[in-house]
Design a protein around this ligand. Structure first.
Ligand code: PLP
Length: 391
């Protein structure tokens, strides 16, 4: 007996996805995350994690996790607003407020949930949310949940944003939402121009800096710090821990009034169990490493430059990215899939990114670099790209 009466059409859709080169499945990793990974039984040099500083398996981070688990056990046991909010969550929130220079911070189990919260908790039906076309899916879902009217503007195109602001001039509450560093292209938001437009049109701004924190700006303070000299006021900031911090979870940093409002209204904060305290403790350790040791960022930057130089010598279609995300545009889905497979035969793992994650006909190899990569490993990547005739 089929579990769903429309079983047949589900099956047809899956077969179609396979034919189109769009089928996805999770692969099985054995052992820790890192630049050397074993996946489905095969060893690879990985260029597809978001562990940009190599902290996911860092001894200090692991030790902080273990120590907190010894003291407080594993589960937080309740939502933040009941008894789930531990001393470790509190310490992390205080440290992040100091780190970001914002008044107050609240933490979440995932970035996905923080993005739902920051939009759903502030906007309602009749309000307007204006988003960059290439924003992360979780930000779009936040808009949907809030029931505010969603407008999108052409990627990082301030004329297009300006037009949207004109179009919605009679709406009182408008929120502009953008990634800080775009997750599939690696480029940065035109923040000074965006902030100026927001001010002129009385709109609020949210920046999701999942890929900027730990990577760009002094002390890894991210996109807002990178542009600090050019912006007068700080936008609301979302940051995640699953990327450069090497742990899991996320935060919103903002004025106290905003955080208090979100605490009352954000459903993805209220109706969920707080993350384990040991995760907060590990994140605090990662934050300290990030803040006090620039060597990680310098190594990452050296690998980024090495890759970009080598790739342009090979004539590869790299994008205008100064960050750890260095995609090579392929275009055709099946061609991208084939190249990804060929690279795997050379022991190199890359992200093969296809629609709907990216626009149609822009399938790409998403190469991400890490402070943990060696110069030799990046050379191995470049030589594999050459041998596979990626161009
Ligand atoms: C990864 C990511 C998220 C989601 O964060 P998780 O903690 O993985 O749920 C949100 N926004 C952007 C831009 C991301 O890249």
């Amino acid at each position: 007996m089929a579990q769903l009466p429309w079983h047949k059409s589900l099956q047809q859709a899956l077969v179609q996805r396979q034919t189109d080169g769009l089928y996805r499945y999770p692969r099985l990793r054995q052992g820790p995350q890192g630049v050397n990974v074993k996946v489905d039984g095969q060893a690879f040099i990985s260029f597809c994690s978001n562990d940009y500083l190599g902290l996911a398996n860092h001894p200090e981070v692991v030790k902080a996790f273990q120590k907190a688990a010894d003291q407080e056990g594993v589960g937080s046991g309740a939502a933040h607003l009941l008894t789930g909010h531990s001393q470790y969550h509190h310490e992390l929130e205080m440290a992040l407020a100091a780190f970001t220079g914002q008044q107050k911070v609240m933490t979440f189990a995932t970035g996905y949930m923080a993005n739902l919260a920051v939009i759903d908790g502030l906007m309602n039906r009749g309000d307007v949310v204006i988003q960059d076309k290439l924003n992360h899916a979780s930000l779009l879902d936040g808009s949907r949940l809030s029931q505010a009217t969603l407008y999108r503007y052409a990627h990082n195109d301030m004329a297009s944003l300006h037009q949207r602001l004109h179009q919605t001039a009679n709406i009182e509450r408008k929120l502009i939402v953008s990634d800080g560093v775009f997750s599939m292209d690696g480029d940065m938001v035109a923040l000074p121009e965006l902030m100026a437009l927001a001010k002129q049109h009385h709109a609020g701004v949210v920046i999701d800096d999942a890929h900027g924190l730990g990577v760009v700006g002094d002390a890894g303070k991210g996109t807002l710090q990178y542009f600090a000299d050019q912006i007068a006021e700080k936008p609301i900031l979302v940051g995640t821990f699953g990327k450069a911090f090497g742990t899991a979870g996320a935060f919103i940093a903002a004025d106290e009034l905003i955080i208090e409002t979100l605490t009352q209204h954000a459903r993805s904060y209220i109706y969920t169990t707080a993350p384990p305290p040991a995760i907060a403790a590990a994140t605090l350790a990662a934050l300290q490493i990030n803040q006090h040791d620039d060597a990680y960022r310098q190594r990452l930057q050296a690998r980024i430059e090495q890759f970009r130089q080598g790739a342009s010598q090979l004539g590869l279609k790299i994008m205008a990215s100064q960050t750890a995300i260095q995609p090579i545009l392929i275009g055709d889905d099946k061609q991208a899939l084939k190249l990804g497979q060929q690279l795997e035969e050379h022991g190199i793992l890359t992200g093969v990114i296809r629609p709907p994650t990216v626009p149609k006909n822009t399938a790409r190899l998403r190469i991400t670099l890490s402070a943990a990569h060696t110069e030799v490993q990046v050379n191995q990547l470049l030589s594999a790209l050459e041998q596979c005739h990626v161009h």
